[in-house]
Design a protein around this ligand. Structure first.
Ligand code: ATP
Ligand code: MG
Length: 585
């Protein structure tokens, strides 16, 4: 029952609906007690041979009217109670989504998508059932059940009631036992469902890798294993579930048997009329549903409690990045000062960045190069406050990142991630993602800057071309340039290109960089690149090695340094010569 206490806030919020619903449910219960009474009168009159067809017709009329009333009221209470429970599901889904959209990308690293989906569907459904069927079964089993028993004991025979209800404690025990059993099995079934959800999600988004490595059969096989596992575990739940019905029938059978055996003796002895015994056995029949409901109630509450606890745990996860009270709402702008003493990912134990101190004047371009895994993307994530660092500070315009509202930060940055992501919609909408109100001209201007305008026009539907799930129909270079256009459309104070030109050829790269230099006069640009031609023009270049700044300076200075940069640069020049030479010969 504790889950009802947990959900009390909601019952109070929907007070009117629940009160109305339960009220009509009780009226239904009381009305249901009436027909057996009518049957008793009719039976007794038959026995005494006093029944006239006129009276019979009258009684039948009353029965029909009761049935009609029951029909209407059963509909009414459902609207109130189930309606409220559906709204609870909606509310929980909205809360989960709101919460998740506040979470940093790190959160989604830690939680598997399939798992989150399972919570948003199954768990929400289980809580909804608690607030709907849970309330129904509670009222029906305890209140309606109690009402029937009271009627039997008070208006018919308390002795016979006691005798007939003798097997009930066994039922209560059995149901409690089944309930526990069921709960355990349900939990494992739910976990298996999460796993399969995850597998499906991973296989669909990784379909190209699966196919290109010819792993379909293996993946199918492992899916089959998971699917069999889910089926087995759900069957295990169903097996316990299907014990409820037969157990209740058995106990009810015994109760009927006792009622007839002892009841007929009372009738013979004249302690009861035949009509009363008939009424008694009909009531006994009415008790079957409350008993069943009692079993369901346990089951529903068990599931609801577990699910609600999981949902609450998820909702209680604190944001990795929190906004300070009184933070500034004006978009961040100005010089960037990075003072990172040390940064370590929560999951790791070695620092990824150490002693990174860089100053970028507003309007200048910073180039970042370094071996793969040297910490370039991490530096960007810290700058955009995707996560907080304990040891060090980053300032924009003389104010710490934490002094800004998160929206003020987000607004300042135009970010082109290392692995571009496109939504399954038109190219135009993908480019105008940050500003859906952007005009066609603005969209095209951004596309021209990113040197992708011609490519887009080459498609049959131009800007209205729908990009498939994650942009399967586009080349890597096209995707990169569309996501550059998306960032440029915002004309951000600070543009971050994280290895965003890796998939375009040298000439296109140069064209884009020229456009950028012209267009972004006076605005800050940060570029990470593996190919040095992407950073050559920058006012300042840093070379990261194992999270530390190894070299720093302009392209010229670094070449004069004859360090890793100069060596690497010569290598790359040589490579491009070979490529060009190969093409010419
Ligand atoms: P590349 O040139 O390949 O893009 P990079 O310089 O951008 O590399 P980062 O992505 O910043 O490198 O990664 C730096 C180090 O941090 C790597 O060793 C990586 O394994 C580690 N790392 C990155 N993200 C996480 C994370 N979320 N949790 C733990 N470690 C991480
Ligand atoms: Mg990177």
């Amino acid at each position: 029952m504790s889950v009802f206490k947990d959900l009390w806030w909601y019952f109070r919020q929907e007070k009117k609906n629940y009160i109305a619903g339960v009220f009509f449910l009780l009226v239904v219960g009381l009305l249901e007690l009436y027909p057996p009474y009518v049957v008793r009168l009719v039976v007794d009159e038959i026995k005494q041979q006093t029944l006239t067809s006129e009276k019979l017709l009258q009684w039948l009329g009353v029965l029909a009217l009761t049935a009609l009333l029951l029909y209407v009221l059963r509909f009414v209470w459902r609207v109130f109670i189930f309606g409220a429970s559906y709204r609870l599901a909606q509310l929980l889904r909205r809360r989960l989504l709101n919460h998740w959209s506040r979470m940093s990308p790190q959160f989604f690293h830690r939680h598997r998508t399939g798992d989150l989906m399972a919570h948003a569907t199954n768990d929400v459904q289980a809580v909804q059932a608690t607030a709907g069927e849970g309330v129904l079964t509670l009222v029906d089993s305890i209140v309606f059940g109690g009402l029937v028993v009271a009627m039997m004991a008070i208006s018919l025979s308390w002795k016979l009631t006691l005798i007939a209800l003798l097997p009930m404690p066994i039922l209560a025990l059995a149901i409690t036992y089944y309930g526990k059993w069921m709960h355990e099995r349900f939990r494992t079934a739910q976990a298996a469902f999460s796993d399969i959800n995850d597998k499906v999600q991973e296989n669909i988004s990784g379909v190209r890798v699966v196919k290109s490595f010819g792993r379909e059969e293996r993946e199918k096989a492992s899916f089959m294993t998971l699917s069999e596992d889910v089926t087995r575990k759900n069957l295990a739940v169903a097996k316990v579930q299907s014990l409820f019905g037969p157990t209740i029938s058995l106990i009810a059978g015994i109760a009927f048997f006792l009622a007839i055996v002892f009841g007929s003796r009372y009738v013979i002895r004249g302690e009861m009329t035949i009509g009363q015994l008939t009424q008694f056995t009909i009531y006994l029949g009415l008790l079957i549903w409350p008993m069943l409901a009692f079993g369901f109630l346990f089951n529903i509450l068990q599931r609801g409690r577990a699910s609600y606890a999981r949902i609450r745990t998820l909702l209680a996860v604190k944001e990795d990045v929190q906004e300070n009270k009184g933070a500034i709402s004006t978009p961040a702008t100005g010089d960037i000062q990075l003072n990172i003493h040390s940064f370590t990912y929560t999951e790791a134990n070695v620092p990824v960045l150490r002693d990174v101190n860089v100053f970028v004047k507003k309007g200048e371009t910073l180039g970042i190069v370094g071996r793969t895994g040297s910490g370039k993307s991490t530096l960007f994530k810290l700058l955009m406050r995707e996560m907080d660092m304990v040891d060090g500070e980053i300032q924009i315009g003389g104010k710490s990142l934490t002094d800004y509202q998160l929206s003020a930060l987000r607004f300042a940055f135009g970010y082109v991630p290392q692995d571009p992501f496109l939504f399954s919609t038109t190219i135009a909408k993908n480019i105008a993602f940050a500003d859906p109100k952007a005009s066609q001209e603005e969209i095209e201007a951004a596309a021209r800057l990113a040197c992708v305008h011609e490519d887009i026009l080459a498609f049959e539907k131009g800007y209205e071309t729908v990009v498939g799930e994650r942009g399967v129909t586009l080349s890597g270079g096209q995707k990169q340039r569309i996501s550059i256009a998306r960032a440029l459309l915002m004309d951000p104070e600070i543009l971050i290109l994280d290895d965003s030109l890796s998939a375009v050829d040298a000439r296109t790269e140069e064209a884009i960089l020229t456009e950028l230099r012209r267009e972004r006069e006076g605005k800050t640009t940060l570029i990470a690149a593996h190919r040095f031609s992407g950073v050559e023009h920058a006012e300042q270049i840093i070379v990261l090695e194992d999270g530390q700044i190894q070299e720093k300076g302009t392209h010229k200075q670094l070449l004069a340094n004859s360090g890793w940069y100069a060596w690497m640069y010569r290598q790359q020049q040589l490579e491009s010569l070979i490529v060009k030479g190969g093409g010419g010969g």
